[in-house]
Design a protein around this ligand. Structure first.
Ligand code: ACO
Length: 334
């Protein structure tokens, strides 16, 4: 099969980092007209962590990356590729190079990748292509976001959902292949459902020559549309990835979804007939941390000893773009 041509890939390390500052639903209800009861029953979220200035995205990403590299047993100079999946870089030109510098990963090429809450899954597949091709051997993938920067803290429909954090994994080439199958999808016709869009007014330079001057607008979301999209498309894409992996639902040890909403997690698991005890969930503590949510949940489950080497994981992301995708992999070096 095309997806398996080339070298094998193993995921050998994980790490995560979240800000220490927490904001509970109770505290949030003093900012906007909401309640702990509404947020908990509609989303499952109880609190979120927020990065306060001067804490930057790079500040969160670096310890997550260091923990993943340490677990993999690599020297930082062994890393030859760094992909930062984020929608909220410290610098619009990209923050991956700053992470490379802070880590001292002098041999690594580093770049940002943007696919919103699907960013970690898209990054996993992107990194895997370089490894399969034999271009690089040791890749570091970081999913990190500080969406609190872009949330309208007066909009109760969105501000209750999001939190900040970073997670990372190390991918390595190996004789054994543990990245079993994937499927990625995009549908720009539904872009308006979830945006963090630039809006600029024309600024005249000279004569008819004008440029746009403005800024990015806060996150705008049609919650019901996104909900419907997620519960329909995520099971489909997992089934497609399972097919490519020559596996079935019964092979899944852990369902690792983007941590957007407990109701979405439950609905997807139900559609796939996956029992609740196989569904990883930590969104009560962190809310939706966008590209960071999957690697944070993965890292916690690994460090708690829930996920064991060889376990089969169905991971799926979904979000703005719209984008969605799934990867079937087995944890650990083999
Ligand atoms: N507190 C209290 N009331 C609220 C709040 C709030 N925080 N937010 C909305 N409401 C009100 C609404 O105003 C509405 O009141 P009305 O009936 O008087 O007009 C009522 O609650 C119901 O609103 P809905 O939007 O219909 O609520 P719903 O049950 O759909 O839940 C939610 C909203 C939680 C956002 C849900 O639609 C959802 O989870 N959607 C998916 C969102 C998501 O996962 N987004 C992230 C994607 S990942 C990425 O790429 C960033």
């Amino acid at each position: 099969m095309v997806q398996h041509a080339g070298r094998g890939i193993v995921i050998t390390g994980s790490g995560s980092a979240v800000p220490t500052m927490a904001l509970s639903n109770q505290e949030l209800s003093q900012i906007v007209d909401t309640s702990d009861e509404w947020i908990t029953t509609r989303t499952g979220i109880r609190q979120r962590r927020l990065a306060a200035p001067p804490q930057s995205l790079v500040d969160l990403a670096v310890p997550a990356a260091e923990a993943a590299i340490a677990m993999a047993g690599l020297a930082v100079t062994d890393v030859d590729l760094i992909i930062l999946a984020t929608s909220t870089p410290d610098d619009l030109f990209g923050s991956a190079s700053m992470i490379q510098a802070r880590l001292g990963a002098t041999q690594a090429v580093a770049f940002d990748l943007t696919a919103a809450c699907s960013g970690f899954i898209f990054g996993l597949v992107t990194g895997a292509q370089y490894l399969r091709a034999g271009t690089y051997q040791n890749a570091l993938l970081i999913g990190a976001d500080i969406l609190s920067r872009w949330v309208d803290w007066g909009d109760r429909r969105t501000c209750v959902l999001f939190g900040d954090g970073a997670g990372a994994v190390v991918l390595q080439t190996a004789d054994r292949d543990r990245l079993l199958g994937f499927e990625l999808r995009s549908d720009g016709t539904q872009n308006a459902c979830l945006t963090l869009a630039y809006q600029g007014d024309p600024q005249s330079l000279t004569g008819p020559v004008a440029v746009a001057k403005g800024t990015y607008q806060p996150i705008a979301m049609n919650g019901q549309e996104v909900y419907r999209f997620a519960v329909k498309r995520v099971p489909e894409v997992i089934e497609k990835a399972l097919y490519r992996a020559a596996r079935s639902v019964e092979h899944i040890d852990w369902l690792l979804l983007h941590q957007a909403n407990q109701r979405i997690l439950d609905a997807v698991a139900q559609r796939l007939k996956i029992p609740a005890e196989k569904v990883l969930s930590n969104l009560a503590q962190y809310g939706n941390t966008s590209a960071a949510s999957i690697p944070i949940a993965l890292d916690e489950a690994v460090r708690q000893g829930k996920i064991q080497p060889g376990d089969t994981i169905a991971a799926a992301g979904f979000g703005a773009g719209l984008t969605w995708g799934a990867v079937i992999f087995q944890w650990g070096p083999g």
